[in-house]
Design a protein around this ligand. Structure first.
Ligand code: T5A
Length: 212
């Protein structure tokens, strides 16, 4: 048992997840909170190598190969970084987690939901976020933000608008007791304020020992 808190930010490409996590991290630092930032795929030496393979626009792969690579990276990150941080009582801010796999590999690629859920449980040992914030944004707007920022599109971003529309729809339909949707078409400060209020509300309501 511990008093850690696991916050996950999810959403389509360019929805503003990284921007929001940085904003939350600086507010938490001002409040003197220990926090750990992670992004998926990545965050350990092995997971960063897997990330390079997954995002390489020069590589083609089967959807099921893609699934297991994302989960291999997640298993490493959970064991080496996320669980230890939660056990120290820290707050973990994650840029994507399990819901991304459901949205991209089930919604986008069409893989079977039960297969994906079972394989994900094996990768995480059943770890679940205390709060998931889903940034809702039309996929064309998110991809335009990335293009405008001057970044080259990676393998996933190059998958085409129909694919990204299915992913966005899967995110839009996601529900759960610890899942909250935020309108990501607002200005960054507005998204940050909405997320901060939700986080404060949840942490006030959370018991001292949590559910990990
Ligand atoms: N994936 C991942 C799977 O398929 N399955 C999985 O299980 C997992 C874990 C990861 C890829 O892998 C896929 C999903 C992804 O395709 P990534 O590089 O980590 O690749 O991609 P993203 O997580 O999508 O990161 P991005 O950087 O592309 O998007 P963000 O983090 O959502 O957006 P951000 O904050 O970098 O902002 C993008 C631009 O928009 C501006 C920013 O300044 C920046 O220029 N911006 C805003 N502009 C206007 N209004 C706002 N509110 C804005 N917020 C940010």
């Amino acid at each position: 048992m511990n008093s850690g808190f696991f916050l996950v930010v999810e959403g389509t490409e360019g929805a503003g997840k990284t921007t929001l996590i940085r904003g939350l991290a600086s507010r938490l630092a001002e409040a003197g909170r220990d926090r750990v930032l992670v992004r998926e795929p990545g965050g350990t030496p092995a997971a960063e190598r897997i990330r390079a393979v997954l995002l390489d626009p020069g590589l083609a792969m089967e959807p099921v190969s893609e699934l297991y690579l994302f989960l291999a990276a997640r298993a490493d990150l959970v064991a080496a970084v996320i669980r230890p941080a939660l056990e120290r009582g820290g707050m973990v801010l994650a840029d994507r987690f399990e819901l991304s796999t459901e949205a991209y590999q089930c919604g986008g690629r069409g893989l079977d939901r039960e297969l994906v859920r079972g394989a994900n449980r094996a990768a995480t040992g059943g770890l679940e976020p205390d709060l998931t914030l889903v940034l809702d944004l039309a996929p064309d707007l998110g991809l335009a933000r990335i293009r405008n920022s001057g970044q080259a599109l990676d393998r996933m971003e190059q998958a085409g608008l129909e694919f990204h529309a299915r992913v966005a729809e899967a995110f839009r339909l996601a529900t759960g007791p610890n899942l909250v949707h935020l309108d990501a078409s607002q200005r960054p400060e507005q998204v940050l304020q909405a997320a901060w209020s939700e986080l404060a509300r949840r942490r006030q309501a959370a018991p001292a020992s949590n559910r990990h």
